[in-house]
Design a protein around this ligand. Structure first.
Ligand SMILES: Nc1ncnc2c1ncn2[C@@H]1O[C@H](COP(=O)(O)OP(=O)(O)OP(=O)(O)O)[C@@H](O)[C@H]1O
Ligand SMILES: [Mg+2]
Length: 367
């Protein structure tokens, strides 16, 4: 079998090193250890495609396991509730101590369980998700274990998400030892949508996953390039890091293309770096930016094109002047784009694109 490559640009995998996320991981770990029922035990991570939501959930699950958590990581969808129960049963069974009954032949397993975390046939048949989850939490709590549920690609329109939200709220209300960390795209959970589950999602504490500091990327590249067999001067390494802007998917892509282009053993010069950057940017265009702009309306795009004329930060007043749209319409579209996570407001009255390369992409497009 071939050795695992250092750089692996894709979605939903685990990077060989998760960089720049220690603060958020520390905060999440401390929140998970707050008292049962605390509001800090329900968190929603929000970030654009490729910002590293899944990678973070995987890492968090790993850390939590080391602190007596039994975890289940599911993708939001029709089968998630069954998966969740089964994963908790599988991960937790080994920690359940069977109590031997003094009366021979009598199985003294907890009520509703046959062995470990397996339900009796009757419990399996007659109880729904909510009761099963409660039973598992109780049984694990007796074994000194806490339950952590991780839900990726949260979609409030999925009925099972609503069922999970209700069950979680009820269990948290009863101070069961359970926590939930969810992750989703800003556009999936925008306030303009109208689903009951949104109330739950909006009440959860929200953490926006953003870009990683370029200096952190540079430090990482120094070490990772060497391991990947990429020969590059400190200046080239710095330029490569700057180009990523701290966007996790691009960190992987640039590393990946530099590995490929330097297979001949030649040190990376400016020309090679430019080629790697172009190849990487093409993929970000197709897999991130296109997907980000796809759900937007014609007027959203008019707004964004007006913004793209600026270098970095735009004044909302200028957008009004450039587009000729009314003040009210500009405010509506400003809100829509903030909700969709395509822009953010660094200061009152100003807006900027979530990623600087997005402005380039928009300038290059013929809509
Ligand atoms: N902190 C990080 N350090 C290094 N690489 C990372 C980091 N976070 C994510 N990556 C890498 O970036 C790529 C995208 O990450 P990931 O799949 O987690 O994004 P995502 O936010 O879940 O995207 P999507 O919305 O499409 O599900 C993957 O190749 C992953 O290994
Ligand atoms: Mg993901």
């Amino acid at each position: 079998m071939k050795e695992k490559p250092i750089f692996q640009p894709s979605f939903g995998n685990r990077p060989e090193q998760l960089i720049g996320r220690n603060d958020v991981l520390d905060r999440l770990m401390s929140d998970l250890q707050s008292y049962p029922g605390s509001a800090e035990r329900a968190t929603l991570l929000v970030g654009q495609r490729g910002m590293g939501k899944t990678a973070l959930l995987i890492e968090l699950a790993d850390r939590a396991k080391k602190h007596d958590f039994i975890t289940a990581r599911v993708t939001c969808g029709e089968t998630m509730l069954d998966n969740l129960i089964e994963m908790l049963q599988k991960a937790g069974a080994g920690f359940i101590r069977e109590q031997k009954s003094p009366i021979k032949g009598f199985n003294a397993g907890a009520l509703g369980f046959s062995i470990g975390l397996t339900f009796t046939e009757e419990a399996q048949r007659s109880f729904g998700f909510r009761v099963k989850l409660e039973m598992i939490c109780e049984r694990l709590a007796q074994a000194g274990k806490h339950v952590l549920v991780l839900v990726d690609e949260v979609d409030p329109s999925v009925p099972q998400m609503r069922e999970l939200a209700t069950a979680y709220q009820e269990l948290a209300g009863e101070e069961a030892d359970i926590s939930i960390v969810m992750a989703g795209l800003p556009s999936s959970i925008a306030e303009t949508l109208n689903y009951k589950t949104l109330t739950f999602l909006n009440r959860a504490q929200r953490i926006a996953l953003g870009l990683i500091p370029v200096s952190t990327v540079e430090d990482y590249y120094m070490n990772a390039f060497e391991r990947a067999g990429i020969k590059a001067s400190p200046d080239i390494i710095r330029q490569a890091a700057v180009h990523t802007n701290g966007f996790p998917y691009l960190i992987q892509l640039i590393g990946y293309y530099l590995t490929k282009l330097s297979e001949s053993g030649k040190p990376v010069d400016e020309a090679i770096l430019k080629r790697a950057e172009a190849l990487a940017s093409n993929e970000v265009d197709d897999k991130v930016f296109q997907a980000m702009l796809n759900p937007l309306s014609e007027l959203d795009l008019v707004f964004l094109r007006a913004m793209a004329q600026d270098n970095g930060i735009s004044n909302v007043a200028d957008i009004e002047a450039r587009t000729g749209l009314s003040h009210g319409t500009v405010q509506t579209y400003r809100r829509r784009l903030l909700d969709a996570g395509v822009v953010y407001s660094p200061r009152r009255g100003t807006l900027t694109m979530v990623m600087p390369q997005l402005a380039d992409y928009i300038r290059r497009q013929e809509f």
